[in-house]
Design a protein around this ligand. Structure first.
Ligand SMILES: NC(=O)c1ccc[n+]([C@@H]2O[C@H](COP(=O)([O-])OP(=O)(O)OC[C@H]3O[C@@H](n4cnc5c(N)ncnc54)[C@H](O)[C@@H]3O)[C@@H](O)[C@H]2O)c1
Length: 244
């Protein structure tokens, strides 16, 4: 197969950063989306070249983003779309933006980044995914399927919606040879974690540790590979056996 191409959102740090590094090591061509310009000290020169700046909370930016992606796909084929970008009002981005759970603007921002932009991107890039027999991976969360002490309502609702969207896309896109799956992390060592997570891990995670971004990246890679060719519409939980 010619060099496969992946488009990943939220590449600047955490799970997205680990996923970019892994796919690069595996020989993929990368297109990455982040709100920020890539910094000069960026560790992966290929990723710097492939970076596209877009704020996914602003849906007006999606058309331009899709047009830029198409320009950078000379053969018109996209092998993987990884919808990883996420925002939590209770995480560092939320705190920085000064948002609160009762704020309508918060709901809009969280739903746009975590859910609506994902749906729009998947549909807009369906032809390119179809051309490659491609795979969509949506990063959901443990908070989408159970009450989580730190996640917050908007975040939980967005991730439950993303899980539902994944099943719907699997059903609709499957006949066109495009698979859609989700990966639902529990407590992973990234900047999105809230204070108090250590106690939660001690009380509720049988493996008694945080997961690593690299462990999540590995499953994303599996879901984008031929090894998972018959997995469609699944949500794979990676949470150390967490029970709340
Ligand atoms: N770390 C965890 O414990 C955990 C648990 C469950 C789910 N998740 C999910 O994993 C995904 C990755 O999160 P992470 O843990 O690496 O956190 P993170 O905060 O380190 O990374 C989030 C990424 O999303 C990007 N992003 C946020 N808002 C954006 C916007 N408006 N436009 C474009 N990009 C934007 C950020 O720039 C960043 O690259 C998220 O969807 C998150 O909800 C993480």
């Amino acid at each position: 197969m010619a060099q496969p191409t992946m488009l990943l959102t939220g590449a600047s740090r955490g799970i997205g950063h680990a996923t970019v590094k892994l796919f690069q090591e595996k020989g993929w061509r990368l297109l990455t989306v982040s709100r920020q310009p890539v910094s000069e000290d960026c560790l992966w020169p290929m990723a710097r070249e492939s970076h596209i700046q877009a704020d996914l909370s602003d849906l007006d930016q999606i058309d331009r983003l899709v047009a830029t992606v198409r320009e950078r796909l000379p053969d018109g084929a996209l092998h993987a779309l990884v919808n990883n970008a996420g925002i939590s009002p209770k995480g560092p981005d939320g705190a920085r933006l000064g948002v609160t759970e009762s704020d309508a603007e918060t709901w809009t921002r969280v739903l746009n980044v975590n859910l609506v932009s994902t749906a729009l991107l998947a549909r807009a890039l369906l032809s390119e995914l179809e051309a490659a027999g491609g795979s969509i991976v949506n990063v959901t969360s443990i908070a989408g399927s159970r009450v989580h002490p730190f996640a917050g309502v908007a975040y939980a609702a967005s991730k439950a919606g993303l899980a539902a969207l994944t099943r719907e896309l699997a059903h609709e896109f499957g006949p066109r040879g495009v698979r859609a799956n989700a990966i639902a992390p529990g407590e992973i060592a990234t900047s999105i974690l809230s204070p108090g997570t250590d106690d939660l891990v001690e009380a509720a995670v049988p493996l008694k540790r945080l997961g690593t971004p690299e462990e999540v990246a590995d499953i994303i890679h599996f879901l984008c590979s031929e090894r998972s060719a018959y997995i469609n519409g699944a949500e794979i939980h990676i949470n150390g056996g967490q029970h709340v």
